[in-house]
Design a protein around this ligand. Sequence first.
Ligand SMILES: [Zn+2]
Length: 215
Amino acid sequence: MTIQDVRLEEKQQALAELRDIKSLFAARGWFPGTSGNLSIRVGEFEADNFQFAITASGKDKSISTPEDFLFVDQSGQACEKTSLKPSAETLIHSEIYRLTGCGAIFHIHSVFNSIVSELFWSRKSIPVDGVELIKAFNIWEEEAHIEIPIVSNFAHIPSIVPEITERLDPRIPGIMLRKHGIYAWGANAFEAKRHLEAFEFIFEYVYRWELLNRR
Ligand SMILES: [Zn+2]
């Protein structure tokens, strides 16, 4: 399947959703210094054949322009003739789509997620106990305990991918890059946004809890 096989309405829907999410998250200060990236998958999915719309590299995400997004295939190559470059971290999106078949992936950098990833780097996961918002991940046990995986943050993005492959936990719709930021995903943009908001709440909670309990 190629991007030409995807209905125009579906592509436009993906771009409209990305635009809305981008301006909402920008207003929250979630894209400092052009960081962060967003993607939504379109068309049919096979693990080795799929397409998604993703933010173009190096754009100011607080403004809207005709150059904000492009469509790429599973290997991160542009599907259409364009001079736009996909986000530098596109290969991480590709790998998460390949492993999960999800519909949308949102990635942001925040002070809380970065600090917490460093705080728990030695155990390679962030432990969370009984916080109500764990339910946002469709985990309904009483006093649930989860571990949010943390992977290395190499400047060379392809080197990060094997750790994602190894550490991604199908029960947890997110993965942290050490001192960098969270990738959160869902079946669609609505679910990915819910997951991302829950992760950010949890990271702030864990940060403040650690602060209160450290002497
Ligand atoms: Zn990033």
